[in-house]
Write a protein that binds this ligand. Structure first.
Ligand SMILES: [Zn+2]
Length: 481
């Protein structure tokens, strides 16, 4: 056996006879998103010089090597192949990775604490926006947990939660944890809720939504809460010795229904208060959370609408042609979006809220196009759209009504949509001058979460409510969120 090489950075592809002494810092499976199959298993190795490298264990080697390796332990590994590392979604900044082969030997070594427990490729929050769409490296971040939301279960069974981190520059970043990463974060939370919480989150991808960069978990993601790690100590020190030297910036995380990167929680209000909300002068919108049960669907104006495929606005009628006021042109094709007005109630009262496409689909759990396609299959006669426009097949039983800026389909609400009746949800809604001046509730829902729980009312599920009247939004351009 060669004398152990303690420096992973010195390995080259020319030899398969090296011996290394390393700590296994992380093991995870790379999963094929499309079919859920395991592609291979990644093992991150760290040496005492703080070089790290990923060893890739193929599925046919798992039974041989994985039982020998445990996170956190130190091993002497000899005879392995040094191969070019992955070019994308790299977890470690290393040119090479390791493959094991039939001559590879793995022996558990003694831990002399010369090899650190962790190494991360930390990125400052203000750099995340420059990494959106750059798949070369996965991102690791360290921060104080400012807030996190409750675990949210989607209709398709997926679960997610958002965590907002803050750094020494008082910048915030929102991290969305999916599936077992979300559950794992909750499991790691200490029993005491009174202390500040510091975390390293690894293996993230940068995303951009509405011009705000955020981070999203991947297979490689792992959360490390309150670990002994120098950058966490530095962050704690930096944050506790600010200009005025007080410790006010170190605070325990808050638990919110929805979190945003601004970190400002939105107040939860009973319906009786929502109805009486006054918009302060100089403010365009008041946001609040309404926790209520869906007791009916107002289908007087349809549960979806025709919109411009370019900008998503409801279409108008110009000399008998579909016209988009946003794009200022006739539209050759139509798209459809959900717009479901639901009646909700809590123990203090009842009101109506409007679920647009994204939030409606989240609750319904089925994309609108699939529902329309399924309906068309039940009734295969294709709907002939007016004005000879190309569109998707429609059910035949619809009455096509032209409204000033809104083409509603007065179809029966299909069962898959009616399934949302009875759900108890937290709705983040916006109250605008329109709601107040027009006396029209139908508050637009900007976020929704199936809250579960009880709104402290009997569980009678009433049927869909048909107002029989059109919804008074004629002339109003509905900006879609
Ligand atoms: Zn348009």
């Amino acid at each position: 056996m060669n004398s152990p090489n303690t420096n992973l950075a010195a390995l080259t592809p020319n030899s398969d006879k090296d011996t290394i002494i390393v700590r296994v810092t992380r093991i995870w499976e790379a999963i094929n998103k499309r079919n859920g199959a395991i592609i291979h298993t990644n093992v991150i190795l760290l040496d005492e010089k703080e070089n790290h490298m990923v060893a890739i264990i193929r599925n046919n080697q798992k039974q041989i090597y994985l039982p020998l390796l445990k996170e956190g332990e130190v091993y002497t590994i000899s005879n392995f192949k040094v191969v070019p590392g992955p070019k994308q979604y790299k977890s470690v900044d290393s040119e090479y990775s390791l493959n094991f082969f039939f001559k590879t030997k793995i022996e558990k070594g003694r831990d002399f604490a010369t090899i650190p427990l962790y190494k991360f490729e930390l990125q400052p929050f203000h750099d995340v926006k420059t990494l959106v769409g750059n798949p070369a490296m996965l991102i690791d971040v360290v921060g104080m947990v400012r807030s996190y939301c409750k675990l949210e279960r989607r209709n398709n069974g997926a679960q997610k939660m958002d965590v907002v981190l803050t750094d020494q520059r008082a910048e915030n970043i929102l991290v969305t944890l999916w599936e077992d990463r979300a559950a794992h974060f909750l499991e790691l939370l200490p029993p005491s809720k009174d202390d500040p919480l510091f975390v390293v989150i690894t293996g993230l991808l940068a995303k951009k939504f509405s011009d705000v960069a955020s981070l999203s978990s991947t297979d490689a993601t792992r959360c490390y809460l309150n670990i002994e790690y120098a950058p966490i100590t530095t962050l704690q020190n930096d944050m506790s010795t600010t200009s005025d030297g007080n410790l006010a910036r170190l605070h325990p995380p808050t638990v919110e229904q929805f979190v945003t990167s601004t970190g400002n929680g939105v107040q939860e209000l009973p319906i009786s208060s929502i109805l009486q909300t006054v918009i302060p002068p100089g403010t365009q919108v008041v946001r609040c959370i309404c926790r209520a049960k869906i007791i009916g669907i107002l289908d007087g104006n349809g549960w979806y609408y025709n919109c411009c495929p370019t900008c998503g606005r409801a279409l108008g009628d110009l000399n008998g042609k579909f016209y988009c006021i946003g794009c200022d042109e006739e539209t050759p094709t139509l798209a459809q979006r959900f717009r479901i007005v639901v009646q909700v109630e809590d123990p203090t009262g009842s009101t109506t809220v409007t679920l647009f496409n994204k939030e409606a689909e989240q609750l319904v759990g089925v994309p609108l196009q699939k529902i329309l396609t399924d309906q068309a299959e039940v009734q295969p006669t294709h709907f002939t759209p007016p004005f000879g426009q190309k569109t998707r097949p429609y059910p035949t039983n619809i009455i096509f009504v032209l409204l000033p800026l809104h083409h509603a389909q007065l179809t029966d609400v299909p069962p898959v949509v009616r399934n949302i009746i009875g759900k108890v949800c937290a709705f983040q809604i916006k109250i605008t001058p329109y709601n107040i001046i027009q006396g029209c509730e139908e508050y637009t829902v900007t976020r929704v979460s199936e809250a579960g729980g009880d709104v402290n009312r009997d569980n009678t599920i009433t049927d869909s409510v048909d107002t029989g009247s059109t919804i008074p939004n004629g002339g109003k351009r509905q900006k879609l969120v």
